[in-house]
Design a protein around this ligand. Structure first.
Ligand SMILES: Cc1cc2nc3c(=O)[nH]c(=O)nc-3n(C[C@H](O)[C@H](O)[C@H](O)COP(=O)(O)O)c2cc1C
Length: 244
């Protein structure tokens, strides 16, 4: 395994940080790696907002269900899918931008995810820890208001970055025979899921000192057995992502 693979495969989310701000140069170096990611049609639909205000971070932590790492991380970044900037450019070139296209929503969201993950690898290569915060979408309107996001821009996820104050185990992943297929999708690999359930049960037991009894299947049942953030469709439509 080379060093890059080693760093990528050592990833685990960090939810406890040493409470000291990251230097601007560190954040800038990380964001430079983020913006180097591939981007659909060079749209570069990512806008990153570093939130320093303790008050704003506290409100976002509350929106996110009390995730205190948002307040203590050395940097808290909100990664936004931004179709506004490209529309401004299009208008500069004399063409009114087609708004609300589903394809543009996909382009922007994928761009942000690729940039965000480049940032993660860059941060982890510096010995820093990270935690994505999808829970900014618990109340995306409040987050958008706090950050004064214009139409055609929405917060995809937040990201805590900082010096780790914990050293959790790496979480096991599905075996490669479950996720890597040859030529066609093929049969459901139920045995592969059951095998992973055993690995996850052992992981949760070890991480919780025996108190947490869960498997991947039980976690997925918890997630998929209820509606996930059903406000998102209307929120996105209100922000200009009308999905035509
Ligand atoms: C887009 C996205 C949003 C996430 N949101 C949260 C979050 O709000 N809070 C949190 O503690 N972890 C969050 N996570 C972290 C996942 O729970 C974590 O990556 C997953 O359980 C795998 O664990 P690992 O990162 O330690 O390998 C998020 C991850 C992703 C990719």
């Amino acid at each position: 395994m080379n060093e890059t693979h080693q760093i990528i495969r050592s990833h685990r989310s960090i939810r406890a940080f040493v409470d000291e701000p990251l230097a601007d140069e560190t954040v800038e170096a990380i964001v430079a790696c983020a913006t180097a990611a591939a981007t659909s049609s060079n749209v570069q639909a990512t806008t990153v907002i570093r939130v320093r205000s303790a008050e704003t971070r506290a409100t976002i932590a509350e929106v996110a269900g009390g995730q205190t790492q948002i307040m203590t991380a050395g940097a808290f970044l909100v990664w936004c899918a931004d179709m506004r900037r490209a529309s401004v450019a299009s208008e500069l070139a004399g063409i009114e931008a087609a708004s609300g296209m589903t394809e543009h929503f996909i382009i922007a969201t994928v761009d942000v995810a690729l940039a965000g993950q480049n940032a993660v690898i860059a941060a982890e290569s510096l010995g820093l820890g990270i935690c994505y915060i999808g829970a900014v979408r618990n109340d995306p309107q409040t987050v958008s208001d706090l950050l004064e996001l214009p139409d055609n821009v929405y917060p995809v996820f937040g990201m805590c970055i900082g010096v780790p104050d914990q050293d959790p185990e790496v979480k096991p992943r599905l075996s490669q025979h479950v996720v890597l297929r040859e030529e066609i999708y093929g049969e459901d690999d139920v045995a592969g899921i059951e095998e992973y359930d055993e690995a996850m049960a052992a992981y949760y037991a070890s991480r919780s000192g025996g108190s947490r009894q869960a498997t991947w299947s039980s976690e997925m049942a918890g997630l998929l057995g209820r509606e996930g953030r059903p406000h998102m469709r209307q929120f996105l439509a209100d922000r200009g992502f009308t999905m035509r």
